[in-house]
Design a protein around this ligand. Structure first.
Ligand SMILES: *Cc1c(COP(=O)(O)O)cnc(C)c1O
Length: 498
């Protein structure tokens, strides 16, 4: 059967993968979902001999069936190359026989967003060509920190694409801000917003929804698109590392082919863990997917009660990439559990929009066959970082610590091996990490602590942040939340169309 993508809320239209990637989001506000999840027909014991790139081809070719073999292989080769600081791309580190850590932070920006954002720009370039789109594509992104830098890095130097990132000027860490404002590349544009992340996000959504503005851009030869995790082109590459991890476990002799493995995922927008669910449905021997939350535990409450309720205050935690109350990608899971039925999905989303909550009672027991969930607070997280460092000599970041802590608390007595997904390098959050081990570092400057961290981990400071304080600031634009459209105009006015 031919694979196509459609809206999770039922809008008309069947789209090839390349079209769904260009569009980003469906016309009715729904997310693009595959009409059926493909099955990976393969003897999984072969996975242990496959490189990351080879695994990526096996898995992604099932989803991107309007890409030629050559095209997809090109995208993969250009994405997973020496931008990553290890040939393994996503190494699996054993803590003990029962627990391993899948490191997803070896890309250029030290966060798991690189796993998808290093290849999405290649998909877009290819998709643009395939669909004869002549306009230049303008990627607009609002970021709370990690996505912005990964998108800038991924799209820098890509022909026919401009990338514009808005970040809350006072709402990101010093390292994150430096990473963005020092970004090189003629087609990269960065603006600080006088406001918070929600203001930036709302501003971007308003620009996307403004039909007049889209017309104006079109007359100038531009077309808007999105690199946020609602783009199906970000989800597909994330299914790959679940298969790759399984191959590594087989290779190390930790599991036998067919043994079930649990994956524990520090979750925010539900993109990472959803990719794991897709992998399971594609045939990978997965036991439970464990959804790990910080104090913003909307998801962990949801899996317990079947009630999704965002009516609560957002708490700022030491795992900021998980400080989220509306997890957009959950909509894709709802579509799957309701048996590809867009009616209940539309109703749930309407209820979320109008009342801030929805209830999936009838489907809760089904969900529990695939998912577990839990949460920990910041002080538990700090204890986990210190414990793991003392016990295994392994330094993990604050997001990874949430997954570790939740895994430790699981009470189901599962004998399955657990893979903890590590979503950021400890170098990204040096102060929270080091002060968990030694209190004195609480008073240090974040940037200075990067050098101190070198003493705690094997190997040098990753090139992604090395010398970051000496890099030249190239982006100084700051605007009010009402000035975002003008900023876009200004950024584009200086560009020659190709
Ligand atoms: C984005 C991010 C997450 C959350 O991932 P989702 O796919 O949004 O659930 C977790 N940790 C880090 C470090 C991230 O950057």
């Amino acid at each position: 059967m031919k694979l196509y993508y459609k809206s999770s809320r039922g809008a008309d239209g069947e789209f090839a993968a390349s079209q769904a990637i260009i569009r980003g989001i469906a016309e009715d506000g729904g997310l693009f979902v595959p009409n059926a999840l493909p099955e990976l027909k393969m003897d999984f014991s072969e996975l242990k001999y496959k490189s990351y790139g080879e695994t990526a081809y096996e898995v992604m070719s099932l989803f991107l069936d309007d890409f030629e073999e050559e095209e997809l292989k090109n995208c993969i080769a250009n994405a997973y190359d020496d931008k990553f600081d290890t040939e393994e791309i996503a190494p699996l580190v054993m803590l003990d026989d029962g627990v391993s850590v899948l490191e997803l932070f070896h890309g250029p920006t030290l966060a798991f967003k690189d796993m998808a954002l290093s290849i999405l720009p290649r998909f877009m370039q290819m998709a643009k060509k395939k669909n004869n789109i002549e306009e230049d594509i303008v990627i607009l992104t609002a970021t709370s920190g990690d996505t912005g830098k990964a998108a800038l890095e991924g799209f820098a130097g890509i022909d026919g694409v401009e990338i514009i990132v808005f970040f809350p000027e006072k709402g990101v860490s010093p390292v994150q801000k430096l990473q963005m404002v020092t970004q090189e590349g003629e087609n990269t544009h960065v603006a600080g917003i006088r406001g918070n992340f929600d203001d930036a996000q709302t501003g971007v959504k308003m620009i996307f929804g403004d039909k007049e503005y889209a017309k104006k851009l079109k007359s100038k030869g531009y077309r808007l698109s999105s690199a946020n995790s609602i783009n199906i082109g970000r989800l597909i590459p994330q299914t790959v590392y679940y298969f790759y991890a399984y191959g590594q476990l087989l290779k190390k002799g930790i599991v036998q082919n067919g043994d079930l493995v649990d994956f524990v995922v520090p979750t925010g927008n539900f993109g990472n863990i959803l990719a794991g669910y897709y992998a399971k449905r594609m045939g990978l021997p997965v036991g439970h997917l464990v959804c790990a939350s910080n104090e913003n535990k909307v998801l962990s409450d949801f899996f317990e009660s079947g009630n999704y309720d965002k009516n609560r205050l957002l708490t700022k935690t030491q795992s900021p990439s998980m400080d989220i109350l509306v997890s957009s990608n959950l909509e894709r899971l709802l579509y799957e559990i309701s048996g590809n039925n867009e009616e209940p999905v539309s109703e749930w989303m309407k209820s979320l929009d109008e009342k801030g909550f929805y209830n999936v009672d009838a489907f809760l027991s089904g969900l529990k066959e695939d998912f577990e969930a839990g949460w920990i607070n910041d002080s538990d997280g700090r204890r986990c970082i210190a414990d793991v460092y003392r016990k295994y000599g392994y330094l993990m970041d604050t997001h990874t610590a949430v997954a570790y802590g939740v895994n430790e608390r699981r009470t189901n007595g599962s004998k399955r091996h657990s893979v903890i997904l590590s979503t950021a390098s400890p170098y990204k959050f040096p102060k929270s990490v080091l002060s968990s081990i030694e209190k004195k570092y609480e008073d240090w400057e974040e940037i200075d602590l990067m050098e101190v961290m070198e003493e705690f981990v094997e190997g040098e400071i990753p090139t992604g942040v090395k010398d970051i304080r000496n890099r030249k600031v190239l982006h100084e634009h700051v605007c009010g939340k009402d000035g975002m459209k003008e900023a876009v105009d200004e950024f584009l006015s200086g560009r020659d169309l190709k």
